[in-house]
Design a protein around this ligand. Structure first.
Ligand code: CAA
Length: 247
């Protein structure tokens, strides 16, 4: 295909990029010609291993911290050029039923999974307007679409990500910025591995293809949305969940 490897000049930033789905996205975007930079929150060992294995530079900051997002974006732009592809992938879980969920666990998930999209998108929005080009891909979740027992916080954040995507898409359109969401189902990552085994077994039994997804199966959609020629796709959500929820 003519444009499998495209514009090498574009800098793509993937938050939560050193592990799981984020790592898959980083690796695929790099392979397809982007200059990729990753963000991570705390696991230094995994981040160093990621950089050694992929050659992709990783920066450490907290995506829930508004000021930290603005200053890291300025730093990354200085070192790597303006970020015109932003993948808001960083996320955490603090599962528990509403009865048992603390206010702190509610807020941590809302701040890290939802406010982070505001923080990071704000930080690169003006630069994208200047470039007259931008691609923002927000990683939502099947659980933001369908709901999930024990995830009031996570479902709210992931559903919120879809709403934000639609509003930002309307605002960005006139400036060549597209904003889309990808809603993965259950994918083989550390996050899903933390679900109790008996609960996970039950969940897998509801996936028509009969298995967890692979990070690269999510990454392919992100790459597709990031492409130059995907410019008519904006405000949409691509569900990738093995048929578990058809939405
Ligand atoms: N529907 C209805 N009832 C359910 C239920 C469900 N899906 N899941 C559990 N229950 C019931 C149980 O049967 C139990 O009732 P009984 O005592 O009457 O049998 C009761 O709820 C309590 O269940 P637990 O013993 O599991 O309660 P807990 O407090 O120990 O744990 C929980 C609750 C933390 C929510 C646990 O069930 C859990 O971890 N669930 C998985 C949540 C999940 O899917 N997280 C996804 C993480 S991965 C991710 O988020 C990535 C992504 O985007 C897909």
């Amino acid at each position: 295909m003519k444009d499998e490897v495209e514009n090498t000049a574009r800098t793509a930033l993937v938050t939560g990029g050193t592990r799981g789905i984020g790592r898959g996205i980083c690796e695929l975007l790099k392979e397809r010609g982007y200059h990729v930079v990753a963000g991570y929150a705390g696991n230094v060992e995994k981040a160093e291993q990621f950089t050694t294995e992929t050659g992709i530079q990783a920066y450490r900051w907290d995506v829930s911290d508004y000021e930290a997002c603005q200053s890291i974006m300025a730093e990354i732009a200085k070192q790597h050029g303006p970020v015109t592809v932003l993948v808001n992938n960083a996320g955490i879980t603090r599962d528990g039923t509403l009865r048992k969920m603390s206010y702190e666990n509610w807020m941590d998930v809302i701040q890290t999974n939802l406010s982070s999209i505001f923080n990071m998108s704000k930080a690169c929005w003006e630069g994208m307007i200047e470039e007259k080009f931008g691609r923002i891909v927000n990683i939502s979740s099947i659980n933001g679409q369908a709901g999930q027992y024990g995830q009031v916080n996570y479902c709210a954040a992931k559903a919120g990500a879809i709403g934000m995507t639609k509003a930002m898409a309307q605002e960005g359109a006139r400036n060549g910025i597209t904003v889309n969401a990808v809603a993965p189902g259950y994918v083989a990552t550390d996050m899903v591995a933390a679900v109790p085994e008996n609960v996970l077994e039950k969940i897998i039994s509801t996936i028509p293809v009969g298995r967890l997804g692979d990070p690269l199966e999510i990454a392919r959609a992100v790459w597709f949305l990031a492409r130059e020629d995907s410019k008519f796709i904006t405000g949409s959500t691509i569900s990738i969940n093995g048929g578990q929820h058809m939405y």
